[in-house]
Write a protein that binds this ligand. Structure first.
Ligand code: DGY
Length: 329
């Protein structure tokens, strides 16, 4: 390990695990909750041995600015579509993420959105705040039942499985689709049925998206997908905004094809308050809070610290994304 390695963290983080890092390294934390402006970030990464990023774009430009001593990049989150992993691997900088600890927490935000959209929770709450309860009267704000409905899960990884697990309590029929079928024992435990993507769209009352953002999944939920969905179905997205063609979503909602959408992620983020998706009664938009609980975020900090410490010691990061980085000559 270099005498006193230098680490940059691009936001203030919860949890006390950073104290461990500070014992062994000089740690600079960008003090604001908003990401550093790009030019500032490029200046700040120069000469660092490790960096901890939260969705900040890591590409050749940033790696050039950092310099050849950079050993590890810890992404705070399970998704790492912001990182050009191949570019990092080429330069011998290992990349890590924080899988597992946030699965249940993120599944719960998907569930919050399922219930909020089905029962028009945020719309109803806004009505009460605005003094509209009396005028709305009996029969207003009718929704749809969640219990007994069909839930289609696109991407049955850790988070998708936690969403399915919680659906057991709602006695839902759960369909899922992804490239590879799950082990039958997991299907039985989750009472989930593997179906082609088209069948999932046609049969589901709720479609919840949990696939990673890749070039292949960009606009997976597009006009053709919405046209196949059950009339009156609800779309939930807690993965990445790029998986949904937002213009096509607005068109499907306007046409009454979809009943509602619940989105914890948008493209871009943050989404502007005057964006056509925001302010609609049939769309609930959250500011990417899938993993935002005290306990989960503290665990994520701890995982990032373990990853960075390993990188600084020349050891394998426990949650390395591309192990090929360790096979380089
Ligand atoms: C993740 O873990 O990828 C969440 O979206 C937080 O970024």
């Amino acid at each position: 390990m270099p005498a006193r390695p230098s680490i940059l963290i691009t936001r203030p983080l919860p949890g006390d695990a950073l104290d461990l890092l500070r014992i062994q390294a000089d740690v600079e934390t960008w003090p604001e909750r908003q990401a550093p402006p790009r030019a500032e970030l490029l200046r700040l990464v120069a000469g660092r041995d490790g960096i901890l990023v939260i969705g900040d774009r890591v590409n050749d430009e940033l790696l050039d600015a950092a310099g050849p001593q950079l050993r590890g990049i810890a992404q705070y989150g399970v998704g790492y579509d912001n990182v050009d992993v191949a570019a990092c691997t080429r330069r011998g900088a290992a990349v890590s993420n924080t899988p597992g600890v946030l699965s249940g927490t993120t599944a719960e935000i998907a569930w919050a959105l399922i219930l909020a959209t089905a029962r028009r929770v945020t719309e109803a709450e806004r009505l009460v705040r605005a003094g509209g309860w009396g005028a709305a009267g009996f029969g207003a704000l009718m929704g749809v039942d969640v219990g007994g409905a069909t839930l289609g899960i696109v991407g049955m990884g850790r988070i998708g499985q936690e969403v399915a697990r919680r659906a057991l309590g709602f006695r839902m029929e759960v369909l899922y689709h992804q490239r590879r079928r799950l082990d039958p024992s997991i299907e039985r435990e989750l009472n989930a049925t593997y179906v082609p993507f088209e069948a999932l769209l046609e049969r589901s009352d709720f479609v919840s998206v949990h696939a990673p953002a890749t070039p292949e999944t960009r606009h997976l939920m597009n006009a053709a997908a919405f046209a196949r969905m059950k009339p009156g179905a609800i779309l939930i997205n807690t993965s990445r905004g790029t998986l949904v063609d937002q213009e096509a979503l607005i068109a499907a909602l306007d046409a009454g094809r979809l009943r509602a959408a619940g989105l914890d992620v948008t493209d871009p983020e943050p989404i502007a308050a005057d964006h056509p998706l925001v302010g609609r009664d049939d769309v609930v938009v959250l500011p990417h809070i899938g993993s935002a609980t005290h306990a989960t975020r503290a665990k994520m900090t701890e995982m990032c610290v373990k990853n960075l410490l390993a990188a600084l010691h020349g050891e394998r990061m426990p949650w390395v994304v591309d192990p090929a980085v360790y096979d380089r000559p």
